[in-house]
Design a protein around this ligand. Structure first.
Ligand code: NAD
Length: 234
C-alpha cells in the first residue's frame, strides 16, 4: 500500500489500536532482539532467552541482574516520533489503546494513557517475600548487586514477564477488548514471534483493509504494509 492510502485510512478511522514491539523503541536507542544489531546478535555467555527466563532468574540471580542492568535498562532513552504520534492520536480521540510488548515505559512518557503492557514494565518492581513495591531508581541503587527489600531483605524482582511466566490478566483482557472493538489495527516494530502476545492480533475483526503492518522487516501474511522506520511512517 502507498503511504497516501495509509494516511487516508488513518484519517477516517475513529478507534485505532496500535500493537507494537521492540522495534518501536529502536529509534529511541534501545536495541530490539532480532535486528542485526539487536541483542540476539550480540555475544553473551548465555542466549538472551535463557537469561530472561524465570528459571534463570531464580537459579542464577546475580548473572540475571548483571545482564538486566547492562542491557535492559536504558536511562537516556526518551520517546521518539512514533510514541509521540500515538499519544497525540489518543488525545485527539482517534486511538483507543496502545498494546505493547515493550517493557521500557516510553509510551507513558510520551503521554499515552491507555497502554496495555503485555510484558510488564521495568518501572515497577516487587519484593517476592513481602510484596513491597519499588521504583526503578531503588533497583538501580543496588546495581550491579542483587536488589533486596529494605523492609524484609527479600529478593526484589522486576514486574516484567520472563520467559516461562504468564502474562498479566488485566493487560490481556484490556488488550483483547480494545482490539476486538478497533476499526483499525496498526501492527508495528515487532517480529510477531513471541507468544502468546503475538496471537492477540487475531482478535481484530474490523475491516481487513485496516489491518496494517509498519515494520523494517516485511511479513507475507499482511496484505497492507509499509516497510521502513516506524518513527517516519506512522
Ligand atoms: P523483535 O526484536 O523480535 O522484533 C523487532 C522487529 O521490529 C523486527 O521485525 C525489526 O525489523 C523491527 N524494527 C526494528 N526497528 C524498527 C523501526 N525503527 N521501525 C520499524 N520496525 C523496526 O521484537 P518483539 O517482536 O517486540 O519481540 C521481542 C520481545 O523482547 C518482546 O516481547 C519485548 O518484550 C522484548 N523487548 C523489549 C524491548 C523494549 O522494551 N524496548 C527491547 C528489546 C526486547
Amino acid at each position: 500500500m502507498t503511504r497516501e492510502e495509509y494516511l487516508e485510512r488513518v484519517d477516517k478511522a475513529k478507534r485505532i489500536v496500535f500493537f507494537g514491539g521492540a522495534g518501536v523503541s529502536t529509534e529511541s536507542g534501545i536495541p530490539d532482539f532480532r535486528s542485526v544489531d539487536g541483542l540476539y546478535n550480540q555475544k553473551y555467555k548465555y542466549p538472551p532467552e535463557e537469561i530472561l527466563s524465570a528459571d534463570f532468574f531464580y537459579s542464577q540471580t546475580a548473572e540475571f541482574y548483571r545482564f538486566y542492568f547492562d542491557k535492559m535498562i536504558c536511562l537516556s532513552a526518551g520517546p521518539n516520533a512514533a510514541h509521540i504520534k500515538l499519544a497525540e492520536w489518543e488525545k485527539s480521540g482517534k486511538l483507543s489503546a496502545v498494546v505493547t510488548q515493550n517493557i521500557d515505559g516510553l509510551h507513558t512518557d510520551a503521554g499515552s494513557k491507555r497502554v496495555y503492557e503485555l510484558h510488564g514494565s521495568v518501572r515497577r518492581n516487587t519484593c517476592l517475600h513481602c510484596g513491597k513495591k519499588f521504583s526503578l531508581d531503588y533497583l538501580l541503587a543496588s546495581a550491579p548487586d542483587i536488589p533486596r527489600c529494605d523492609k524484609c531483605g527479600g529478593l526484589v524482582k522486576p514486574d516484567v514477564v520472563l520467559y516461562g511466566e504468564s502474562l498479566p490478566n488485566e493487560a490481556i483482557d484490556g488488550a483483547v477488548n480494545a482490539i476486538m472493538n478497533a476499526d483499525m489495527l496498526i501492527v508495528g516494530g515487532t517480529s510477531l514471534t513471541v507468544y502468546p502476545a503475538a496471537g492477540l492480533i487475531r482478535y481484530y475483526n474490523g475491516n481487513p483493509d485496516n489491518l496494517i503492518l509498519i515494520n523494517m522487516t516485511p511479513m507475507r501474511e499482511f496484505k497492507n504494509s509499509l516497510c521502513g522506520k516506524i518513527g517516519e511512517l506512522l
